[in-house]
Write a protein that binds this ligand. Structure first.
Ligand code: SF4
Length: 347
């Protein structure tokens, strides 16, 4: 990897000389010998900038992001962000799940940048690259400082997460929503427990994520659900789609937006290897479905979108529900193939 001088000591730390990669002042690597973090190495850096402009923002509903982490121990096999780990000379497979970069000065840096005369108070999206409420956040506690800075500057923001840890910061979300626009979305692509255990092994169970939606709604924070990804042949049967939309509706979600699995380089190789191990009979069907590239054919995407929208209507999820968050999709998400009935948020 690119930090040639880096060594890792269990329970301790070491420093790297080459940290130009992050625009950071130092890299310290740590491991923690607890069940929760076993096998994971955290690379602590002091970033020099924390508000990032989204490349090609013209097609995105947001222009600015804050990402306190790189890599994600939620370890979703299909994660579109896997390729970004190769920019660190780490691999997009196991390293993405277990070599986590932590920008330990993110809260203080954000507060300083929000206070700059050059900052215009624009919307900031979080969770659009990797999950800001992944397990590491339980130890590093960066988000409370980040949310407090956004609240104090009344700066609008949105969060997309699979992490139940967001409820730890409920008070800060409520306080922020009193002074600015706050959008929260939770990602739940399906409710099948077997599929969840193998394809999203580091995440809280779908039911726990829907509990987050429910709790946020009870505290006046409208929360949409990004139904992502819908996985061809594994979570796309009518009964599966119905069960998922029904559960989302029962959680009190303000909206549901389906997104079919896409397989960009980095994610594609990792996902296909997983598919070969767990569902080898599907490998040829996937090769045909994704023969033209990262996305399933438009006819397939349209079919799923139509089915989910019909179910959403049947179960009463729609634009009439109060407290809808801003619609924020992840940067790698394709343009919606049909217009959506709801205002909604992220993965
Ligand atoms: S939670 Fe999101 S960022 Fe983390 S691995 Fe899963 S898809 Fe990727």
């Amino acid at each position: 990897m690119r930090w040639e001088n880096l060594t890792v000591e269990s329970g301790g730390h070491s420093r790297a000389a080459d940290t130009a990669l992050f625009g950071a002042d130092a890299v310290v690597s740590r491991t923690f010998d607890t069940p929760e973090f076993r096998g994971i190495t955290f690379h602590e850096v002091r970033a020099r900038s924390i508000i990032n402009r989204v490349p090609g923002a013209s097609r995105m509903p947001f222009e600015w992001t804050v990402n306190p982490y790189r890599g994600c121990s939620h370890a979703c096999v299909y994660c579109f962000a896997r390729k970004t780990h190769t920019y660190l000379d780490l691999d997009p497979g196991l390293d993405f799940d277990s070599q986590i970069v932590v920008k330990v000065n993110a809260p203080e840096l954000l507060r300083r940048q929000l206070g700059s005369r050059r900052w215009q108070g624009e919307h900031i999206a979080m969770g659009t690259n990797v999950d800001c409420y992944q397990r590491a956040e339980g130890r590093y506690r960066l988000m409370p400082g980040i949310l407090a800075a956004l609240r104090d500057h009344a700066n609008p923001f949105s969060i997309l997460t699979k992490g139940t840890l967001i409820l730890r910061d409920l008070d800060l979300l409520v306080q922020s929503a009193q002074v600015t626009d706050v959008g929260v979305s939770v990602s739940v692509g399906f409710t099948d427990p077997e599929l969840w255990r193998t394809v999203e092994p580091g995440t809280p169970a779908p039911e726990r994520r829907l509990d987050v939606v429910r709790t946020l709604a009870e505290h006046g924070i409208g929360c949409g659900v990004l139904m992502a990804p819908v996985i061809p042949f594994l979570s796309d049967q009518p009964a599966q789609l119905r069960a998922t939309v029904q559960a989302i509706a029962a959680s009190g979600a303000t909206s549901v937006t389906p997104l079919v699995l896409h397989l960009r380089p980095g994610a594609r190789e990792w996902f296909m290897a997983w598919l070969g191990r767990h569902h080898p009979y599907l490998v040829r069907r996937y090769e045909r479905l994704y023969a033209d590239g990262a996305y399933a054919p438009k006819w397939y995407q349209r079919r799923i979108t139509r089915q989910v929208h019909e179910l959403a209507q049947e179960y009463g999820i729609g634009p009439t529900r109060a407290g809808m968050p801003r619609r924020i999709l992840p940067p790698e998400a394709p343009e919606p193939v049909v217009s959506e009935p709801t205002q909604l948020t992220l993965i």
